[in-house]
Ligand binder design. Structure first.
Ligand SMILES: [Zn+2]
Length: 118
């Protein structure tokens, strides 16, 4: 079979302007299918602005801002610790020698309660 030049091929021209569509599931069981936000597989309603696609490099300016903010926070916390205002960093890493947290939410919560008593 040869292709007739006059017949419109399937998806010709449509392939180029094919937009990424939201892949969220609807309650009816189908796909959301609204146009996805830039740099995302989701539309605005489904969190399209909430992050980068996996593998997308972080913008250099964002990276610098993030690291600088962290640096200032650590500086502040060190000063507060030195001044005796805090005993330890909030949300810091776990103390050495403790067993790893369970992946089960309920067990992890129990571990947390026990560790607070230690
Ligand atoms: Zn959506």
């Amino acid at each position: 079979m040869t292709r007739d030049a006059h017949s419109p091929g399937p998806d010709q021209g449509q392939l180029m302007k094919k937009k990424r569509r939201c892949g969220a599931r609807t309650r009816a069981g189908g796909w959301c299918y609204r146009p996805a936000s830039p740099d995302s597989h989701r539309c605005r309603q489904h969190g399209g602005k909430a992050g980068r696609l996996p593998g997308t490099p972080e913008h250099p300016n964002s990276r610098v801002a993030r690291l600088e903010g962290r640096r200032r926070w650590v500086e502040r916390m060190r000063a507060a610790k030195a001044a005796g205002l805090i005993e330890r960093f909030r949300n810091g890493r776990r103390a050495k020698g403790l067993p790893p947290r369970s992946r089960d939410r309920i067990i992890a919560r129990g571990q947390r309660l026990i560790e607070q008593r230690l």
